[in-house]
Design a protein around this ligand. Sequence first.
Ligand code: SF4
Ligand code: SF4
Length: 301
Amino acid sequence: MDRTRPEIGRSGWRSRIQLISLAVFNGYYLAPVGKYLCIPVLNCYSCPVGTVACPVGSIIAFGLIRRIPYYIIGVIGLAAVSAGRAFCGWACPFGFMQDLLYRIRSWKWRLPRLANSLKYALLVLLVIALPVALGGGKAKTSTERITGESSGAIDYCGLVCPAGTAEAGVPSLITNRAIRARASWRTWSKVGILAVVLGLAVVSRRSFCRALCPLGALMALSSGMSLLRLETDQEKCTRCRRCVKVCPTASRIVPEASGGKEATAECVMCLDCVRDCPEAGALATRFGARTVMLSRGKPNA
Ligand code: SF4
Ligand code: SF4
């Protein structure tokens, strides 16, 4: 059990970009045009202030009408090649919320690596297989699926998504008496899932991203194609494992030889490891052949 003070608060510049991203993706006035734009971040597009389309909800919507989501595949592919999972680390509002919650002083716990597999099962079952198998008819409206009030919503949005519950479900329940009156056990189970996810985020860093996010699973599957990557200089690295300690997703692997694996697919390219590496030049972030960020070296904390 790790009782140390969380260190994420030192990523001030990343927090500022996450804050801007939160404001842009929930900008309300951009919504009329933005809802056509799919961006690989988890931000419910049923929320009236949400400005962009969520890839998970979009894939489900295509599945329900049994169409191949070429547009979404293209967006995810483009994002994966250009930045990998940096969208998760720098732009996702739900990731930002978890980073903030983890700053709360409490006992801390590292989620076992085995939990990472759960999100792939959710992606296959609740985002692809069940919507396709049960779809074919008239798709339910987004609000019906998000609030879980429709008995036919057997998919990730209708059964699990805590981002939808936080941004659209709970506000609807609070402000709309008719929706509250129609709320079923599924509605309240989603509120329960949201509570568990928020509680877990306080004690375990990025636990939702690692275990329950199907968008994270999609991005992880395609992150190997990314031009943005980490690179360790074998001569300068002292194997102090400081980078492993600060990694929020328990994904950093110190490679034993040049060209070795730098991180697992859970790496969200937050660059905390590069920032905190105590050896100047030992760890670098590269985009293709260009160096984006180099460890500057500082005393071990
Ligand atoms: S923190 Fe830097 S020097 Fe230490 S193991 Fe990681 S890459 Fe090597
Ligand atoms: S390996 Fe480095 S860049 Fe990737 S999530 Fe961990 S700390 Fe962030």
